[in-house]
Design a binder for this molecule. Structure first.
Ligand code: BT5
Length: 250
């Protein structure tokens, strides 16, 4: 069925397919940012719980702290999931998306890759020690709805980063990878436990770049139930909810 979907600033003519597990997946060829569009659509009442927006290209893809997320048209998975569940925490949703991405990649490749593929706190997906995917959550100040966007390098990565095609020789399409990711998002096993299992940061010597140009060097000891990381540095424990982590070689 062909439908007209009004998504953010763009109106597209295209298919809206409902999937068995209740996702309403929408697709646009190009937009500024799928996070911005889906947040706005939710605020207008044009998108409900478990709406998903995927774009082939973003002209203003967003990273955290107003950084940019880049990908040439048609190369990578660029997608945002909407949750209007009042009880859902952004931190848990981000963990679920990161874990679902890891599981989707393993399904696409056909093997588990525990030593090569995992998560870096808070929510980067790493492949061969370089970023494969980044996750960005935003909450609507008016409705409380949460969007979680993920950019995953399928066929292209900037210099120094990983992609499925170059690191694994995997030629899955972004749309097929999204299907795998959505199938795995609803894994009901304990999220915190699964997150810690795949968190490559735990036990590592790290440098954390904190707001205000502060730096903390130490060992990542734990992640608390709120998703905050516990760093031990010079005998003191620091519990952090924001920061950029660099895994240092030991
Ligand atoms: C993130 O930010 O990692 C979150 C990225 C979220 C992107 C998705 S795409 C769909 C949805 N819609 C959006 O508008 N955003 C989300 P951060 O940790 O701040 O990382 C950003 C940094 O990663 C940039 O400053 C670059 O250094 C680097 N970067 C940019 N593009 C990249 C890519 N394709 N692969 C790896 N690193 C990249």
């Amino acid at each position: 069925m062909s439908t007209t979907a009004n998504v953010g600033a763009v109106t597209v003519r295209g298919g809206i397919s409902s999937r068995p597990n209740g996702w309403d997946v929408r697709h646009v060829p190009e937009t500024g940012s799928t996070n911005t569009d889906l947040l706005e659509a939710a605020e207008r009442g044009d998108a409900g719980d478990r709406t998903v927006l995927r774009a082939d290209h973003q002209t203003a893809g967003r990273g955290r702290l107003d950084r940019r997320w880049d990908a040439p048209p048609g190369t990578n998975l660029l997608v945002t999931l909407l949750s209007t569940d009042a009880g859902a925490s952004p931190s848990t949703l981000m963990q679920r998306v990161g874990l679902a991405a890891v599981a989707a990649v393993e399904a696409a490749v056909g093997t588990s890759l525990p030593d090569r593929l995992g998560l870096k706190w808070p929510n980067d997906v790493l492949l061969d020690d370089a970023k494969l995917a980044g996750v960005l959550a935003q909450r609507s100040t008016t409705t409380g709805a949460v969007v979680v966007g993920i950019g995953l390098n399928v066929g292209w990565a900037p210099d120094g980063f990983s992609s499925l095609s170059s690191n694994l020789g995997c030629d899955v399409s972004p749309a097929a990878l999204l299907d795998l990711l959505l199938e795995r998002f609803d894994d009901e096993r304990d999220v915190g436990e699964r997150y810690r299992e795949r968190l490559m940061t735990l036990g590592r010597t790290v440098r954390v770049e904190l707001p205000g140009n502060r730096i903390l060097d130490g060992v990542a000891r734990d992640v608390d139930p709120s998703g905050r990381i516990v760093i031990e540095s010079h005998g003191e424990r620091h519990v952090l909810d924001v920061g950029d982590v660099i895994h240092l070689r030991t």
